[in-house]
Structures are given as C-alpha cells and as structure tokens.
Design a protein around this ligand. Structure first.
Ligand code: C5P
Length: 225
C-alpha cells in the first residue's frame, strides 16, 4: 500500500497548474510516480491526495492505472494530505503489512529503492527512509548569515521517499502529531520509535524547480529504450 501526497500547488515550478499535473515527456508527473510504485511489483494499492480543486482532473490523469488507485482531496499542509490518505488506506487495504509514503514530486525513484524500503519493513523495521550522503560542506549560520559552525557531514544524510512503515507505526505517529513535519519519519521519531535507513538514489530527486524538471526529463529520456 502506498500513499502519495500530491496536493502541493507547485508554485516554484511556475507552470500555473498543480505540480502533480505538470507534463513530463507528455505525461503528468503524478502518473509517472504512481506507475513507478505499481511497476515495482511490490505495491498493490495507491491512495493519492490531490489538490482539493483538482480531484477530478487527477482522477482523469490516473485513469490508465486502473482500480487499485484511489484519489482523495488533500489538505493545507503535507501532513494533512498524508493524514487523509492514511485514513482512506485503512478502508481500501486494511490487510496491508507495509505503508509507503511517497512524494509525487519524486516521480522517478527506481524500483530498486522502493523494493529495498519494503524489504526492510518486512524484515522487522518500524520505519525506513532512503538516504544519500551529503556531498557539500554544511555550515550553520546565525540569523545575520554569519557562520557559527561547520557540521561534520560524514554523519549527515539527505532523506528521500518512499518512506516505509508498519501501518501501526504510521497511525501511532499521526495520532500523536501536532505540528506539521517535513517528512513522515520525523513524526515517528517524535514518538520515540527507531527509524532505519537504506541507500537512496540520485534519480529519486524531488522535482521542485524548472531546473529539477529538466534533469528529470533527461534522466527519463535516457532510460527509455
Ligand atoms: O512542498 P513540498 O515539495 O515539500 O511537497 C512534497 C510533496 O507533498 C509534494 O508531492 C506535494 O504535492 C505534497 N503536498 C501535499 N499537500 C500539501 C503540500 C504538499 O500533498 N498541502
């Protein structure tokens, strides 16, 4: 089972439409993301949180993926969108043993990453995130922009999606969630549960700007036989 928050407005992309519907090589970004999950072979049901004013458009865009994909209206914050999709998932697939949460914006995540996350949860982890090492030097600054310290980057990781959870863990994290978090594993950390990692992949980049979109299009064009 996978939840796909796709209700962001995508203003930084500058297409004047929800990011989920922006065409990439002729197909909406969200369709690439949902197809990637289903084609991994390890996801049978997907619940998408769509922009509240675009539920029908999103439904139409995903028509080709079949009956295993459900669309619900998202909320004001990503956390609200995931919460709504999580509620729907309990109705759609109450028997699921793993719940993935995958940003529509990471539409080109390789199947190997999706499978590694599912495998880690099935092997006993409560929560799993794909991560990459940090290539740049990272500095902490004060409010005036003056450097206060240089962080040891060898222990830092950037975090991608899909993030994987046992259904009980994700439900407990959302039941306790107050403030919005930038990722779902952050809510799991707050309830004191362990979050494990698996290697991420550069192709799982989050498409936020037109530059990211150009990179994704060239990656996709190169992978089409
Ligand atoms: O804004 P950001 O890039 O962090 O959004 C990450 C993902 O969360 C995107 O796929 C976006 O569509 C989704 N989102 C959502 N509901 C919101 C805001 C963002 O589903 N209210």
């Amino acid at each position: 089972m996978a939840l796909v928050p796709a209700a962001g407005r995508g203003e930084r992309l500058g297409f004047g439409m929800p990011k989920a519907l922006v065409p990439v090589l002729g197909e909406p970004l969200l369709l690439h993301a949902v197809r990637g999950l289903l084609d991994s072979g390890w996801v049978n049901h997907v619940v998408v949180a769509a922009p509240s004013g675009a539920v029908e458009d999103v439904d139409a865009a995903l028509g080709s993926t079949g009956a295993s994909v459900h669309v619900v209206p998202g909320g004001a914050q990503r956390t609200d969108s995931v919460r709504r999709a999580l509620t729907e998932s309990g109705r759609v697939a109450p028997e699921a043993d793993v719940v993935l949460v995958h940003d529509a914006a990471r539409a080109f995540t390789p199947a190997s990453v999706i499978r590694a996350v599912v495998r880690a949860v099935r092997s006993g982890a409560d929560a799993v995130v794909p991560v990459l090492p940090v290539a740049d030097t990272v500095k902490q600054v004060d409010p005036e922009g003056r450097v206060t310290t240089t962080v040891d980057r060898s222990r830092l990781r950037t975090v991608q999606t899909p993030q994987g959870f046992t259904p009980e863990t994700l439900r407990a994290a959302y039941a306790a969630a107050g403030d919005a978090a930038t990722d779902d594993a952050g809510l799991v950390e707050r309830i004191g549960r362990q979050v494990d990692t698996v290697p991420g992949h550069s192709h799982a980049l989050k498409i936020t700007t037109a530059f990211d979109l150009a990179i994704a299009e060239s990656v996709l064009a190169a992978s089409v036989p």
